[in-house]
Design a protein around this ligand. Structure first.
Ligand code: HEM
Length: 504
């Protein structure tokens, strides 16, 4: 289905001549060129310089978050008529299949960190549509810890290593969270059993943010995307996760690869929650607050498609490490919303790609919009390996090439949907009515019996490492605001841990 991105290097399996990067046959790959048998190495040994110089540059910066992950190719198939909601060509009618690439990840750890960390999982998808690439860069959780992009670097610092000790820092982790009450909903999910999915195949995916779908009349609807695993939700207990941290830190990457290798293709059922734009203003929850869900009772899931992963990457570095997803990669019929966090992300991803992969990251085969023709006046830059538009004009407006790329001023589909705004610029906090405790409290009470016991156990297992007791008190006060029974249960668990430590 569709053709795949063209490989940049054509393999020549019958030609087994070892060459330098410029194609010169290599006479000896064991011994450097020296002046005499015992003399120093000569600078004219280009093979040595070429080989070591390339090796010295093998590593590129790892992703600042979501550094550890695995990926696979597959497709998305539409199963419902969506033409009333969107003019996106790839969503027009049942049966349309679109090739995609998926990357799943943990968030806080480094590129070699453990797959069974208690951490959200990234759920990033690149749809290669005939109108350009659409990236759905979500997580396995429907909400997030914070809701303003200005807080993201601070939040992430608390999940990373202490600047002095280079150790993970439980005090920083809970200090920030206890001072950011809006995080409680995501904290509840993180410390529930869903906080350590069994593998990437056994978790759901969410857009988390509110997005827009826009139809051919220009009418927009607000939507949230849901990807429900057909493999069923399965999680690791804290004990299993800790064991795997030591015995197989690559558990999820291996599970995805081997399952696809054996022809056991994982799939997800794709649904939407849909809200009329005009309903947002009067809804109980601020729909642009990514710490909140829309309860299914208010906005039921509407099934619209199936996602299947059926092909492993051939080269991890080229396809997984160099893949670059961004919420700002959209196509006609799909649009962003006013969610402040989402707006911050629209800048951040492209900015980091320019740093991590360079100005021509969209020319890399895995990132190419290969089902359409990319056509513009951008030129040059590090690692430009296209034809660079040959001798065609590199400026616009221009009159020399009547067939040159032109803006589509009358094409409604090419425009972003309009948003009516009023008010003054300012740094506005979220409204008081955006209660941060109702949804986490509801989730706490929804967890029954062992599930709720595990939540308390998992929180205690992490919080027992906090040294500053003021931080503990502040976090317990937040639990109490969500449910009066929650805080005392954590306190009791922490006391029991202290007694156990004293005995040991
Ligand atoms: C990766 C920034 C919030 C999902 C990243 C990366 C950055 C970043 C810089 C590394 C990208 C790369 O190197 O290619 C931010 C900022 C946020 C934010 C500034 C808030 C203002 C979120 C949220 C979600 C999310 C709310 C999910 C709903 C992801 C995923 C990846 C990622 C899945 C990994 C993409 C991949 O597999 O390459 N983020 N992020 N992020 N982020 Fe965020």
């Amino acid at each position: 289905m569709g053709h795949q991105p063209a490989p940049t290097i054509i393999a020549t399996p019958n030609n087994n001549v070892l060459t330098t990067g410029n194609g010169n046959p290599v006479d000896d790959n064991q011994n450097s060129l020296t002046a005499g048998e015992f003399g120093p190495v000569l600078i004219q040994d280009f093979h040595l310089i070429d080989k070591i110089g390339h090796f010295d540059r093998e590593r590129i910066p790892e992703r600042v978050v979501h550094a550890k992950g695995g990926g696979a190719h597959g497709y998305f198939e539409v199963t419902a008529d969506l033409s009333h909601l969107t003019c996106a060509k790839f969503l027009q009618k049942p049966g349309i299949k679109t090739p995609l690439f998926a990357r799943f990840s943990t968030v806080g750890g480094e590129k070699g960190s453990s797959d069974t960390a208690r951490d959200p999982r990234g759920f990033a998808l690149k749809f290669y549509t005939e109108e350009g690439n659409w990236d759905m860069v979500g997580n396995n959780t429907p909400v997030f810890f914070i809701r303003d992009p200005l807080k993201f670097p601070d939040f992430i610092h608390t999940q990373k290593r202490n600047p002095q000790t280079n150790l993970k820092d439980a005090d920083a982790f809970w200090d920030f969270l206890s001072l950011s009450p809006e995080s409680l909903h995501q904290v509840t999910i993180l410390f529930s059993n869903r906080g350590v999915p069994y593998s990437f195949r056994h978790m759901d995916g969410f857009s988390s943010h509110t997005f827009k779908l826009v139809n051919s009349e220009g009418v927009a609807h607000l939507v949230k995307w849901h990807f429900k695993t057909d493999q069923g939700i399965k999680n690791h207990s804290n004990e299993e996760a800790l064991h795997l941290n030591g015995t197989n830190p690559d558990f999820s990457v291996e599970d995805l690869f081997t399952s696809i290798d054996k022809g056991n293709y994982p799939s997800w059922t794709v649904s939407l929650q849909v809200m009329k734009e005009e309903d947002a203003a009067n809804y109980r929850w601020n729909v642009f607050d990514v710490t909140k869900i829309w309860p299914h009772a208010d906005y039921p899931l509407q099934e619209i498609g199936k996602m299947v992963l059926n092909r492993n990457p051939i080269n991890y570095f080229a396809e997984v490490e160099q893949s670059a997803f961004s919420p700002s990669h959209i196509v006609p019929g799909i649009d962003v919303s006013n969610d402040k966090m989402l707006q911050g992300r629209l800048f951040s991803y492209t900015d980091t790609h320019l740093h991590r992969l360079g100005p021509n990251y969209l020319q890399l085969p895995i990132n190419q919009a290969y089902r359409t023709k990319v056509n513009n006046y951008q030129r040059d830059g590090a690692s430009c390996f296209s034809e660079n538009y040959r001798g065609f004009p590199n400026y616009e407006p221009q009159s020399q090439d009547p067939l040159g790329p032109q803006q589509q001023i009358n094409d409604l589909r090419a425009k972003m949907s309009r948003v009516r705004l009023e008010g003054q610029t300012g740094r506005y906090p979220f409204r008081k009515s955006d209660d941060d405790f109702v949804q986490p409290g509801n989730l706490y009470r929804l967890l029954k019996g062992k599930e709720q016991d595990d939540l308390i156990k998992n929180i205690v297992a992490h919080m027992k490492n906090v040294k500053n007791q003021e931080i503990v008190k502040r976090q317990i006060a937040l639990f109490n605001k969500a449910d009066p029974e929650w805080g005392p249960r954590v306190e009791k668990g922490l006391e029991a841990e202290k007694k156990k430590e004293k005995k040991e």
